[in-house]
Write a protein that binds this ligand. Structure first.
Ligand code: AHR
Length: 493
């Protein structure tokens, strides 16, 4: 039996909607094909951006979108991606498959995408192979309202008014593909580069420093100590990889219960990582001014057989959906420090929301979790006490059910639950405190499946999809059976 108490009258801070952010890189078929098809494409599009993907993403209320990388960011030179498309420079995407990058999707196209989605742009600048001047001019090009070389150039390229740009990353994975730097060296570079990321007019930029990989706590320590006062956010990257990064990450579709268990265990590890990185940040920033920005997370599995290894195209099952649900429940709990998270990546790459094949498009199980959880965006995190059962496998134990709850501006309470056990349902009793017993009404949605590798295909696009779910109500107590491997969101009140 899992017993949960939701204190509907004890708020613990706001769940920043940016936790539901996305990341789209010039990698494989994410930008090209997945988002950008060009104005002349037979695939219906809005100024080159495919309509089906646009509409699906709108339903998620994407709050913020990170671009252009990833590793691509530290090789990207923004001036190659503006002006008439036919004359834009063609380059090699050395990180991702060695394919030709024609730069047809550049700053104007990205800003258009954000405008169409109604989301904030989050641009990652080039520290690894770019200059301070290049980064500074990019910000001037996008945000300066007046007469200046960059603003004039923007106007010549068809955009009179500056864009609003809130989030700017000063490099990506600077410990690795972004320059193989030591934290001391990057901290100094960060101080220098960020100086020239200017606030023009009313545009105020939230500056994000390149943060640690997984459990590199020394990186966080050095960055906070030497540059903490000059940043608004510090990033963290953590991928859930059931196997070994180099020797074999594990198949997206063909896996055992052992791999399932390891996947859940590794996904839950994000909790410890956030706690430990936050503890270091607390030392230098006790008021929690600097946000922890988990701008790359999700499952990283072997590519689908027969696909380009540099394209990172993987299928997506109910297992991935549960990983997403676990992350959100953990991000919520750390709402005081985690101010943004960006799933890697939006379309056709890693733990994608959407997969495309020519003009066809399907939604993945992960998409449905994002849809179910969007009710928590900018809601008040509620105090929850849980005494959960266990999911045991070969002598190891994990909590069977994780939970988080929030209350939105209209006073509606949402409770999200994840049962990671692939075989056992969970009997749940939820006590709602602080809510009048005679006012309790409940409705909900569930995502579940019959097999661990259930997924959607272009032939069966709705094999795994969200359906209505409800719980028995008695006074202010809810009881329900949470099926094996399921994600549920309940709306109460
Ligand atoms: O998301 C794929 C890659 O993973 C990104 O380009 C990089 O930042 C990370 O290593």
């Amino acid at each position: 039996m899992n017993t949960i108490i939701v204190n509907t009258d004890i708020a613990k801070g706001t769940i920043n909607k940016n936790i539901y952010g996305h990341f789209a890189e010039h990698l494989g078929r994410c930008i090209y094909e997945g988002i950008w098809v060009g104005e002349d494409s037979p695939i219906p599009n809005t100024q080159g951006i495919r309509n089906d993907v646009l509409e699906a993403l709108k339903q998620l209320q994407v709050p913020v979108l990170r671009w252009p990388g990833g590793c691509f960011a530290d090789e990207y030179h923004w001036k190659d991606g503006i002006g008439p498309r036919a004359t834009r420079k063609r380059m090699v995407n050395t990180h991702w498959g060695g394919v030709v990058e024609n730069n047809h999707f550049g700053t104007h196209e990205f800003m258009l995408l954000c405008e169409l989605l109604g989301c904030e742009p989050y641009i990652c600048g080039n520290v690894g192979s770019g200059t301070v001047q290049e980064m500074s001019e990019w910000v001037e090009y996008m945000t300066f309202d007046g007469e200046s070389p960059m603003a004039d150039w923007r106007k010549e390229n068809g955009r009179e008014k500056p864009w609003k740009l809130k989030y700017f990353g000063v490099g990506n994975e600077n410990w690795g593909c972004g320059g193989n730097m030591r934290p001391e060296y990057y901290a100094d570079l960060y101080r220098r580069y960020q100086t020239y990321v200017r606030n023009y007019g009313g545009n105020k930029i939230y500056k994000i420093a390149g943060g640690a990989n997984v459990d590199d706590y020394n990186w966080t320590e050095v960055l906070m100590k030497n540059a903490g006062g000059l940043m608004d956010g510090l990033s963290l990257h953590y991928y859930t990889i059931p196997g070994d990064f180099w020797l074999g990450k594990g198949s997206a579709l063909d896996f055992s219960e052992e791999e399932w268990f390891v996947t859940m265990k590794k996904a839950l590890h994000i909790d410890e990582l956030i706690t430990r990185h936050s503890t270091i940040m607390d030392k230098y920033d006790p008021d929690k001014r600097v946000g922890l920005i988990i701008d790359e997370w999700g499952t990283w599995l072997d590519v689908e057989p027969g696909t380009n290894p540099g394209f990172l195209y993987q299928q997506n099952t109910i297992r991935d959906a549960l990983v997403a649900g676990l992350h959100f429940n953990i991000f919520h709990r750390h709402a005081d420090r985690v101010q943004m998270a960006n799933i890697a990546q939006t379309v056709n790459v890693l733990q994608a929301m959407i997969l495309t094949e020519g003009e066809k498009m399907i939604l993945t199980p992960t998409y449905h979790v994002f849809h179910m959880f969007k009710v928590h965006q900018d809601a008040q995190l509620l105090a929850v006490e849980a005494s959960a059962g266990h999911y045991d496998f070969q002598g190891e134990t994990l909590p069977q059910v994780t939970v988080s709850a929030s209350k939105n501006a209209e006073g509606k309470v949402h409770i999200s639950l994840v049962n990671i056990d692939p075989k056992q349902e969970a009997q749940l009793s939820i006590e709602l405190r602080g809510i009048p017993a005679d006012k309790t009404q409940v409705a909900g949605t569930i995502l579940t499946a019959e097999s661990m590798n259930a997924h959607n295909t272009f032939k069966q696009p709705d094999a795994v999809t969200a359906v209505p779910f409800t719980a028995a109500v008695e006074g202010n107590r809810l009881s329900m059976k949470l099926p094996a491997m399921s994600v549920v969101t309940l709306a109460v009140g």
